[in-house]
Design a protein around this ligand. Sequence first.
Ligand SMILES: [Zn+2]
Length: 228
Amino acid sequence: MSLSTWQQLYCPITAEEAAKLSPAEAIQHSLTKWRGLRQAVLDAHELRRSYCDVVDCGDSVDGGDSLSITGASCSLCAKYCDYSKDEPESCANCPLARLGASGTDCFVEYRRWRDYGDPEPMIALLEKALAERLVGRLGWLKTKGENVRVKIIAVNHDKPCHKCGGPWGTVETQGHAMVGSGMMSLAGTTAEGCLNDVKLDDDTAGTPNDKLCHAAGSERGAQKGQSK
Ligand SMILES: [Zn+2]
């Protein structure tokens, strides 16, 4: 076990690559990385924290491989930070900024890990940002070959997806759906599952406040036609 085994699981793509993904996916990238900074995970991969660096236990920071947990490895800094401005104005567009303890950035949460090795405040902040981004959103869920219109109504962070580590939560079916050969009203039915399986509407646009980005009226056109 080493930094490279850790990276395969907790930081499989770079911050720059993740920054090109949707806002929710960029938050997820950071969340996965921060869950990997829990002491038990670092221990399992024979890693240790040295200030803001993660290094192989046998190596010094200068001598061996290391990963700096800074803005340079953060998908959200890559996506949102405006380096032409001074802190904390540079962070104004980041989904974490307003939710953090300072109200303007994530530095209070960040320093808890950098100075004390505790990643939980940052994990909680990222979970909050992800829930804010996801709850209330409409999208499509493919089940048994059919696309079903759903709305995300809850995120359960205690139980991330066992397959992809993504957010786990509850969706509510909207309107009708084709089940087997017929149309069935599934409105109000809820189901739990991996929220990465939900194809969100228009996931690249908007700000963290645009939770209900599509009016209910748009669902009608999206419903399936008559059964054949
Ligand atoms: Zn999943």
